[in-house]
Ligand binder design. Structure first.
Ligand code: ADP
Ligand code: MG
Length: 480
């Protein structure tokens, strides 16, 4: 190759860089070399087949135009794959395609893993997964331990379907996008897919948290092998990304977008979990969001009481495997299922405490012990919002008067007391101010309301019958 050709080539690259921007240039073209120009053909080479096909399908016109801007005679671009061997300056251009390195080789290169003797299938699934750069997998999070209930039936079915697919099967929903609040089983399902998929050895499933995905890119960029990293990702059959809401930064999102598009276009499965639906991932740009929403989007709701009960039961059984003396009566399990309402993590926390206590003290697990141990995990139910109309309706029914009686200016004893009770409840069960309560009770003055509230407060101390009535009313209002 002449120095004139070399010089021209750097100008072509300069043009290309200016057109596509630094990011894209370094992603796709940094390792593109000129092999030579013969007649009307510029022969370029890239290190892998993937890069070749990507550049051919996305950038060949661009590259040609940049050439023509420097040298009119060029009519064609020929792209070849060169070997990994270091090219001597005068080495003959290679025309044949070299076999692409296997996925394992590529990934190993990226993460700098020790060379392995045999294929990934020979290693335990989790070791192989981590060696591939995946996030650690928890051996307990499998389909076997996942309890199916009303809130997760559809999501579970979709996850199963994805996990059961074989290489070459038509991809049914892509991406599969799972969203749910904290502790509702997203990570559990994603890891279950990963375990199940990798156990067959037929497909390569890679589980990455969004953070790990970003970390991978950053360190690959530092080590100047971002392209290899991308190719490794794109060599995966199923890419599973957890907690996508944590993906931040323009570059990362662009990389994620490229990866997503490349995988989906190549018919590979992508599975994503996040704490909100695609439309609410505000930091992602519109195209990514719509691509995410274009597959199957499924939501998992809060774990119902039955589901919580089942999860706990299973956990107790599993724990007994390691701690044979660990007995938790059903009454205790159902108490915890009822009272620890929040999410799977709190259930786990409650159970771990009971387990620790049982191991340390050897005490049998009674209701009393359980109540004491998990007290701080019991969150008060969200107080129900009570409306003033409901208060008036319930009070009127209780005292057998009409709602309009309560709002009227009648001052007979059978109306005055219920009216005062209703105002008292309005003050204690709602956030309404005294003047507003007054207005809602037939346009009364706030001092009238205040008087009623004080009156009932005083009576409650002495009049147990009234106190019971008021308690009953409160319960009714909060349950309705
Ligand atoms: P998320 O990723 O949605 O925040 P996780 O998957 O980490 O939630 O779940 C939190 C805990 O609850 C884990 O211990 C998980 O095993 C458990 N869990 C949640 N849903 C289920 C379920 N349906 N069956 C069994 N365990 C569950
Ligand atoms: Mg999670």
């Amino acid at each position: 190759m002449t120095s004139l050709e070399q010089e021209r080539w750097s100008r072509v690259k300069g043009r290309l860089k200016a057109e596509v921007g630094d990011d894209i240039f370094s992603s796709w073209f940094a390792r593109m070399d000129l092999e030579g120009v013969e007649k009307d053909t510029a022969r370029l080479s890239v290190p892998t087949r993937f890069l070749k096909s990507w550049i051919q399908s996305h950038y060949s016109d661009r590259v040609l135009r940049c050439w023509q801007a420097e040298e009119h005679g060029v009519q064609r671009i020929e792209l070849t794959v060169r070997t990994a061997a270091i090219k001597a300056p005068q080495a003959k251009p290679r025309v044949e395609e070299q076999p692409e390195p296997s996925r394992e080789q590529k990934i190993e290169k990226v993460v700098g893993a020790e060379p392995r003797l045999s294929g990934a299938a020979a290693l335990p699934v989790s070791a192989a997964h981590e060696a591939s750069g995946g996030s650690p997998l928890d051996p307990r999070l499998t389909f076997d331990t996942f309890v199916v209930g009303r809130s997760n039936t559809l999501t579970h079915a979709a996850a199963k379907q994805v996990a059961a697919a074989r290489r070459g099967d038509l991809v049914m929903f892509n991406p599969l996008y799972i969203h749910a609040g904290v502790g509702l089983g997203k990570t559990h399902l994603l890891q279950a897919i990963t375990w199940a998929g990798n156990a067959t050895g037929d497909r390569k499933v890679l589980y990455l948290t969004a953070e790990r995905f970003m970390y991978g890119f950053v360190s690959a960029l530092k080590n100047q092998n971002a392209i290899a990293y991308k190719e490794a990702l794109r060599g995966i059959d199923v890419l599973v990304i957890d907690d996508l809401q944590f993906l931040t930064g323009k570059n990362m999102q662009a990389e994620f977008c490229h990866t997503l598009n490349a995988l989906i276009d190549a018919g590979r499965q992508v599975v994503i979990a996040a704490d909100r639906p695609p439309a609410d991932l505000e930091t992602l740009d519109d195209r990514v969001r719509s691509r995410l929403a274009g597959g199957l989007v499924v939501e998992m709701g809060p774990l119902g009481e039955e589901l919580r009960f089942e999860i706990l039961k299973n956990r107790v059984l599993a724990a007994r495997g390691h701690h044979p003396g660990f007995e938790v009566p059903d009454t205790v399990v159902s108490y915890i299922a009822k009272s620890v309402t929040h999410n799977g993590r709190d259930l786990e926390g409650a159970l771990n405490r009971l387990l620790a206590l049982s191991k340390l003290s050897g005490q049998p697990m009674t209701m009393e012990v359980a109540e004491r141990e998990v007290r701080d995990l019991i969150r008060p139910q969200e107080p129900k919002r009570v409306k003033i109309e409901d208060i008036q309706r319930v009070v009127a029914r209780q005292y057998n008067v009409s709602r309009s009686d309560l709002l009227s200016s009648r001052r007979t004893a059978n109306v005055v007391r219920p009216r005062q009770v209703a105002m008292y409840l309005a003050k204690t069960l709602t956030l309404r101010s005294l003047p507003e309560i007054g207005r809602r009770f037939g346009g009364r003055d706030h001092t009238t309301v205040l008087h009623a509230v004080r009156k009932i407060e005083n009576l409650l101390g002495n009049d147990t019958a009234l106190a019971d009535e008021v308690e009953a009313l409160k319960r009714q209002l909060q349950m309705e």
